[in-house]
Design a protein around this ligand. Structure first.
Ligand code: IMP
Length: 185
C-alpha cells in the first residue's frame, strides 16, 4: 500500500501469513463450536478487520455485536483505565460468546471486558485474538485462540492504528521513529 509505504519500518506479518492463520483459527472454532450458535463480540475499533475476515471462514450460525472501550488516543502505552464507550446491543445470558480482539498488550482491556461480560451469565465466554505481545501482560488471561505471538513493540495495520491511521494496511508492521517524532507537539 503506497500511501503509507514511506512510514513503515518493517513488515512483521504479511497479508498472506495473516490470512492463512485466520483460516486456521476459524477451522478450530468451527470444530469447537459445532452444533452451537455464536455471538461474536468485536472490540472496536481495531477488531473490525480481523472480525470481518475471521467470521467469513466460520461456518456456524452467528450474530455480531460490538463494544467500544476507551483507547490510547495518540499515545502508545496503555493507561490501565478502561471505559465502556459503547455497550452491546444483544443480551449475553445463555449465549456462546466469542470476543474478538486485535491485540493483547498489557491485557488490562480484555481482563476488564471479560470480567464485565461474565457477570452477564453467558453459556460460554472465550477470546480470539490475532496478536499476543510476549512478556508484557500485567494480568493472567486465558485466551483460547491466538493468531501470532509478536515481540512487545508497537505495531500498526490490519485494524491497528497509530493516531487513527494505518488501520487499512493489509499487513502488520512497525513504524519508523520519525512518524512518532512528527506527532510530538
Ligand atoms: P491492552 O489493554 O494493553 O492489552 O491494550 C489493548 C488495546 O490497546 C488493543 O485492543 C489496541 O487497541 C491497543 N494496542 C495495544 N498495543 C497496540 C499496538 O501495538 N498498536 C496499536 N494498538 C495497540
Amino acid at each position: 500500500m503506497e500511501a503509507y509505504e514511506e512510514q513503515i519500518e518493517q513488515v512483521l506479518l504479511s497479508s498472506d501469513a495473516i490470512q492463512g492463520r485466520i483460516a486456521e483459527m476459524a477451522d478450530r472454532i468451527n470444530h469447537d463450536y459445532a452444533g452451537r450458535e455464536l455471538l461474536l463480540v468485536g472490540v472496536l475499533k481495531g477488531a473490525f478487520v480481523v472480525m470481518a475476515d475471521l467470521s467469513r471462514h466460520i461456518d456456524l450460525p452467528m450474530e455480531f455485536d460490538f463494544m467500544a472501550v476507551s483507547s490510547y488516543g495518540a499515545a502508545t502505552k496503555t493507561s490501565g483505565v478502561v471505559r465502556i464507550m459503547k455497550d452491546l446491543d444483544h443480551e449475553v445470558a445463555g449465549r456462546h460468546v466469542l470476543v474478538v480482539e486485535d491485540i493483547v498488550d498489557s491485557g488490562l482491556t480484555l481482563k476488564y471486558l471479560l470480567r464485565n461480560l461474565s457477570t452477564r451469565k453467558p453459556a460460554s465466554l472465550e477470546v480470539a485474538a490475532l496478536l499476543w505481545k510476549t512478556g508484557v501482560q500485567q494480568v493472567d488471561l486465558d485466551i483460547r485462540y491466538v493468531g501470532f505471538e509478536i515481540p512487545p513493540v508497537f505495531v500498526v495495520g490490519y485494524g491497528l492504528d497509530y493516531d487513527e491511521r494505518f488501520r487499512n494496511l493489509p499487513y502488520v508492521g512497525t513504524l519508523k521513529p520519525e512518524v512518532y517524532a512528527e506527532a510530538l507537539p
